[in-house]
Design a protein around this ligand. Structure first.
Ligand SMILES: NC(=O)c1ccc[n+]([C@@H]2O[C@H](COP(=O)([O-])OP(=O)(O)OC[C@H]3O[C@@H](n4cnc5c(N)ncnc54)[C@H](OP(=O)(O)O)[C@@H]3O)[C@@H](O)[C@H]2O)c1
Length: 195
């Protein structure tokens, strides 16, 4: 049984991933978010809820205790968020991190240039890649709400394929990464719907 800490648990992608974790695995989830009233129908046998800000290092460290996997689903000051998470994981000896980023951070999307809007994504990926954590960075295309699991991945250094991908597909990959030891460790994966 895997213990998974989900940071930013009210995010649009995290909510789809939480449903899939509960349906497809026996993982125990700890949901870390700023406002717990936003969560509905929480199964208290499988799910623990911690209200907190990701910038609160001490609270984050408490939440890390006993976790096998950290899945970060955040937006905002991502560089500082990544630094705080890496520090908290180092201090509590938790190694496995799944970090949701975006396509375009390495200028890997043919014919598209995303400019400075992706700087927080680039800087946070650099923080994680410089750590000694067992990370997997995900670089999905545009999210869709399609009820389908249909995706392929590309490695860092390869051109990104496609354009969009369903939240359910990314969630499927997140769940597989979380419950499969060693899968795509120290990788940065583009995630897209095959064309
Ligand atoms: N939408 C797309 O097509 C697309 C494509 C590629 C990549 N992405 C990126 O993928 C990531 C995940 O997407 P998403 O749609 O799930 O994002 P989202 O719905 O915006 O969720 C981000 C979460 O981060 C939380 N958060 C922000 N600051 C925080 C803090 N200081 N402490 C704790 N939590 C904090 C927010 O919490 P609150 O609920 O408290 O505000 C929110 O729930 C984002 O970075 C997004 O930009 C999106």
């Amino acid at each position: 049984m895997t213990n998974v800490l989900i940071i930013g648990a009210n995010g649009s992608l995290a909510r789809v991933a939480i449903d899939l974790f509960l349906k497809e695995t026996d993982a125990q989830l700890t949901l870390y978010l700023r406002n717990s009233r936003r969560l509905r129908n929480v199964d208290t046998n499988r799910v623990r809820v911690i209200e907190g800000d990701v910038m609160d290092l001490e609270k984050l460290k408490e939440a890390m205790i006993g976790q096998d996997v950290v899945y970060a689903n955040l937006a905002g000051n991502l560089e500082q968020m990544a630094k705080t998470i890496v520090d908290a994981m180092d201090d509590t000896d938790v190694k496995r991190l799944i970090w949701v980023s975006s396509m375009g951070i390495y200028n890997e999307v043919p014919g598209e240039s995303h400019g400075s809007i992706l700087n927080p994504y680039r800087k946070s990926a650099a923080v994680i890649e410089a750590s000694d954590l067992d990370y997997t960075i995900l670089r999905p295309g545009w999210f869709t709400n399609k009820d389908e699991i249909d995706y392929e991945t590309t490695q860092k250094g390869e051109p990104f394929k496609g354009h969009d991908v369903s939240r359910k597909s990314i969630a499927d990959l997140i769940v597989k990464l979380a419950v499969t030891p060693g899968l795509e460790v120290r990788s940065s994966l583009g995630v897209n719907k095959p064309e």
